[in-house]
Design a protein around this ligand. Structure first.
Ligand SMILES: [Cu+2]
Length: 113
């Protein structure tokens, strides 16, 4: 029992030591009614920081499958940290009405193993 706890503890420390790489920053520019880029490829379990700006009006950036979102306020940089915990193809979209065309404002996140 004591030995098991010791081994588990050592494993945890080892994981923690390698689990803090410099996080990749991905800049995304939103404008009516597109995101640029509109396709991101991420690796499962690897954290990224999205830096979002808007070229015109208030926008949203929502990733329902990862249960996360952020407001993109004109003149500010919105930061969203994302750690994909599953592989697949997921949609992101604008969830703040920004004009006619808002409904088509979206993109894709591909998470690979
Ligand atoms: Cu919108």
């Amino acid at each position: 029992m004591a030995l098991g706890a010791l081994v588990l503890g050592a494993g945890t420390i080892g994981l923690r030591a390698v689990a803090q790489p410099k996080e990749q920053v991905i800049k995304i520019l939103a404008r009516r009614f597109t995101y640029s880029p509109n396709k991101l490829t991420l690796k499962k379990g690897v954290p990224v920081v999205l830096e979002l700006t808007t070229a015109d009006v208030l926008m949203g950036f929502s990733v329902p499958d990862f249960d996360t979102r952020v407001d993109i306020i004109p003149g500010q940089v919105a930061r969203l940290r994302l750690v994909p915990d599953k592989t697949g193809t997921f949609a992101f979209l604008c969830d703040i009405f920004c004009g006619s065309g808002h409904e088509t404002m979206n993109g894709t996140i591909i998470v690979v193993a």
